[in-house]
Design a binder for this molecule. Sequence first.
Ligand code: HEM
Length: 512
Amino acid sequence: MEDPASSATADNPSNSTRSYSILAFFLPVLLLLYYRHIFRNKINLLPPPGPKPWHLIVNLNLIGQNLHVSLQSLSQKYGPLMQLKFGLETVVVGSSAEVAELLLKTYDVTFASRPPLLAWKHANYNYLVMPGAPYGPHWRQTRKIYMTQLLSPKSLAQFEYIRIEERKALLFKLYKSSTSSSSSSSTPVHLKERLFMFNLAIMSRMLFGKRYTEEDENNIVTPKQFTEIVDELFLLPGVLDIGDAIPWLAFLDLQGNIKRMKAVKKKIDKFYEHVLHEHERHGKRKLFKEHGTNDIVDVLLQLADDPTLEVKLERDHIKASMQLLKNPEVIQKATDELDRVIGRNKWVEEKDIVNLPYIQAIVKEVMRLHPPLTLLAPHKARENCKVAGSNILKNSRVIVNVWAIGRDPTLWEKPNEFCPERFVGKEIDVVGHNFELLPFGSGRRMCVGYALGLKIVQSTLANLLHGFEWKLPGDMKKEDLDMEERFGGRTSRKNPLLVVPKPRLPLDLYSL
Ligand code: HEM
C-alpha cells in the first residue's frame, strides 16, 4: 500500500499549489502583524510634544529672561510634558502635578541623576557637591552623612541655640533701625538683604563653626567677599550656558561663565582650606566648646578617618560638602493668632509652630507663589523611559517647573492671588507628598535640608510678624510692590523690598 506521506513530495504539483495558497492566505496577515509591530514601536518612540527645533540655536530663541515663565507659556501650548532642544541637549519639562508625580515618584530612580552642568564641574569640585552629583555611591554616601549627622532631628535640636541667637540678633537689629531715625518715621530696612545675611550667619555657624557675615580681622574673608562667593555659587548653576547646550563650544566660553566659575572655585577653595586648617589646628578643642556640638567640618574630618566608608572621603569631598550652603488683612489675622497663642510677653519658639496653623498657611502660600527655586535642580534620565505615553530618552535633562505648578488654574482657584486661607484645614504639606506644592522637590533628590529650611522660614516669619508692625516707606503703596522673580540659582525680588518696622512687643524683649 502506498504511504500517503511518501506521496507528499516537493515536485508534486498539487502540494506546491496548496503551499502557495496557504502562504497567499497568511502573507497579508503576517504583513499586517509586522506593520502593526513597527507602527506601534514608532508610536512608542515618539518624544513628548514640543516646539520644532531649528538650526543650531534650536529652541533657545523661545526662552526669555525668566526661564520658568517662558517654559510655563510653552507648556500651555504643548502640554504638561514637553520636549525642547537646548543646543544638542534634549530637555524635558514637567509642568503639572501629575507629570511631577510620574517623574519624581513613579519613575524616581530613572530620573535620579543630574546632568553634568559646567557650573557643577568648574565651580563645585567636579560634580562632588551634592546637588550636582550624579546618582551613585558618592551621592548616596554624602546624602546619608547629611541626613544622619548634620540634619538629623537630633543635630537640628542641638543647633537650635544658633538659630535662637541669630534670630534674637536679627530682631534686635531691626528694633535698632526702627529707633535709629531722629524723625518720627523710622528708617526703611532692606528686608531681603537682612534675611539673606541672617540665613547665611546660621549656615556659616552650623557648617564652619563661625560667623563669616560680620567684620572680624581674624576672618579670611570680609562679609562682602563671603556673600559675593555665596551669590555666585547660587547663581551659576542656574545660568543657561552655551557650553552646556553645545559641549564642543564650551572651550570658547562665549558668555564668560566658565571664567566666573573657575574664579569662584579658586576663592571658595582658599576659604575652605583656611577653615579646614583652623579646625585641624583646634583639634578636639571645639570652636564652640560651650555647647559641646560639632560643626559639619568637625563631623566630616572625623569621617575622613573612617575606614568603613563606602567611598573614601578625600579633602575635596569635604570641601564640596561644606558648600551647603502685600496684604494687611493677612498680617492682621497672623498677629491675632500670635497674640492669642503666644501672647505679647515672649517670642515665638520653633516648638510653637505646630500651634500656629495660620502662620504655617502663610509659609505654604509664599512657597506656592514664590518658590525659592522656581525650577527644581535639573534631573537626568538614566535610561530610556516611557512616561505618559511619550518616550523620554536616556541622558535627557529633566526639569520640573514648580513655579508653573503653583500657578496652575486647574489646581488653584484664583492662582495669582495671595490667599493663605486656601491651606487652612487642608492636609497639603510642602515636604514632597503633595505634587501640587513642591518647594523642596520630592523623591530621591528632594532637598536634604528641608526640615532645617522650614524651621528657619516658619519661626523667622512668625517672629517678624509677632515683633513688628510693617509699613511701606513714605508714600509707597502696596500696588507699587514688585513681586516679580528674577531667574537664577535662587529667586529673589527684582527690586529690593524696603519696609519700615515698628516694635509691637514690650521693649525689654528686644534686648540681646
Ligand atoms: C527654604 C529653604 C530651602 C528650599 C526651598 C530648598 C529647595 C531645594 C530644592 C527645590 C532642591 C532640588 C530638589 C530636586 O532637584 O528635586 C534642593 C536640593 C538640595 N538642597 Fe535645599 N532648599 C532649602 C534649604 C536647604 C538647606 C538649609 C540645605 C542644607 C543645609 C539644603 C540642601 C540641599 C541639598 C544638598 C540639595 C541637593 C539634594 C540632592 O541632589 O540629592 N537646602 N533644595
